[in-house]
Design a protein around this ligand. Structure first.
Ligand SMILES: NC(=O)c1ccc[n+]([C@@H]2O[C@H](COP(=O)([O-])OP(=O)(O)OC[C@H]3O[C@@H](n4cnc5c(N)ncnc54)[C@H](O)[C@@H]3O)[C@@H](O)[C@H]2O)c1
Length: 370
């Protein structure tokens, strides 16, 4: 198959969908790979590295779309790319169709085959192509929290791990899923006193078993959260209710219970946030203060560490991309249910229920198209 990798043109997107290591794998299995010039630059991969791995570098995005049977990307195509997409072309990338009606209509009109990273789903209902970004954001939350706890950055002025004779900081993690687990591990590793709250008792049992001794688990409810925030220096929000807005676990009136200079990192901001006072911020202006409490609410945290994020994402996407290249999308999606769940729009038809419901479009069972 002929694979094309365009340079991401969405504002501030520095990730790339394929690394030189990925090119080597495609080449070994007999595929041709075309990479747009400088596509990997933002993630630290040069054109020479791609060429060395066996890719052909093309100067323009138009040439990449024109030659490729399968386009692998990171973000959804933006308007200027719509016209480049060919009928029957396979696009493997994040789409988030349910949040963009124009994108849905554009992909239907282009009659592309759109396989969305975010809906590829394993039998245990986990989302293998979303997990890596939660891992990155969870770990980063502690790094950012530690930074903004420094006095010159507006924080209380406490070192997460303390020193001999001085107590470490208290870190409260709301939600013990992927984000929360990674945050707790990082904060515990730095020597902080960590508490994770979750509503799932089986999850708390699991975390209690695997976490180091400086991590406690507590049932999530309003009473416990009110008590815990009084002593917390850093609070990380990583709760998720699939398909719904995150619950406001910390309300505005609760801020006055906290110490001035407490830092709150709301990782769940992409689902509306889990603090009442959260509003989305950017890497250019990541924080603001409410009642003396520093809020960090960047909606695309992994974007700040494109090298790590690109490797984490491509480690997860490459095995699926190889299946698609080796077998073609129809056979690959017939054999692999996980991939089939990623199909959203195919040849002008919406084949994913959530998207048809979001935009009131007719739903077609994808099996009719095989
Ligand atoms: N800002 C970013 O850049 C970024 C990056 C990646 C992920 N995220 C977001 O982070 C959030 C968490 O993602 P995840 O992968 O960890 O999800 P997850 O499903 O693995 O974990 C969510 C956890 O929240 C728990 N939970 C639900 N309601 C709760 C409540 N009332 N109190 C305490 N815990 C509760 C669940 O039991 C679950 O364990 C999502 O909204 C995700 O989109 C943001």
């Amino acid at each position: 198959m002929i694979i094309g990798v365009p340079k991401e043109i969405k504002n501030n997107e520095n990730r790339v969908a394929l690394t030189p290591a990925g090119v080597t794998e495609f080449r070994k299995q007999g595929h041709e790979v075309y990479i747009q010039a400088e596509a990997g630059k933002g993630s630290g991969f040069s054109d020479e590295e791609y060429a060395g791995a066996g890719a052909t570098i093309l100067p323009t995005i138009e040439e990449v779309y024109a030659i490729a049977e399968m386009i692998i990307k990171v973000k959804e195509p933006i308007e200027s790319e719509y016209a480049l997409i060919k009928e029957g072309q396979l696009l493997f990338t994040y789409f988030h169709f349910a949040s963009s009606e124009p994108l849905t209509h554009a992909m239907m009109e282009r009659k592309a085959v759109c396989l969305a990273y975010e809906t590829v789903e394993k039998t245990d209902r986990s989302l293998p192509l979303l997990v890596p970004m939660s891992e990155v954001a969870g770990r980063m939350a502690v790094q950012e929290g530690a930074k903004y706890l420094e006095k010159p950055m507006g924080g209380f002025g406490i070192l997460l791990g303390g020193v001999a004779g001085v107590k470490p900081a208290n870190v409260l993690v709301l939600g013990g899923g992927i984000v929360g687990t990674q945050s707790a591990k990082m904060a515990a590793g730095l020597g902080a006193n960590v508490t994770i709250v979750d509503i799932s008792l089986p999850r708390l049992r699991y975390l209690e078993d695997i976490m180091p001794a400086n991590v406690d688990t507590v049932m999530s409810n309003e009473y416990n959260i009110r008590e815990l925030i009084k002593g917390a220096n850093l609070i990380i929000g990583g709760v998720l209710i699939p398909g719904a807005k995150a619950p406001s676990l910390i309300t505005r009136d609760m801020l006055k219970l906290m110490k001035p200079g407490t830092v709150m990192v709301d990782v769940a901001i992409d689902q509306g946030g889990c603090f009442e006072t959260s509003r989305a911020t950017t890497h250019e202006h990541p924080i603001y203060e409410v009642d003396g409490v520093v809020h960090y609410c960047v909606a695309n945290m992994p974007g700040a560490v494109p090298y790590t994020s690109t490797l984490a994402l491509t480690n997860a996407t490459l095995p699926y991309a190889l299946q698609l290249a080796n077998q073609g999308w129809k056979t690959a999606c017939t054999r692999n249910e996980e991939l089939r769940k990623g199909l959203n729009v195919v040849n002008g038809k919406v084949v994913f229920k959530g998207v048809s419901e979001a935009w009131n479009l007719p739903y077609t069972d994808v099996k009719e198209l095989f």
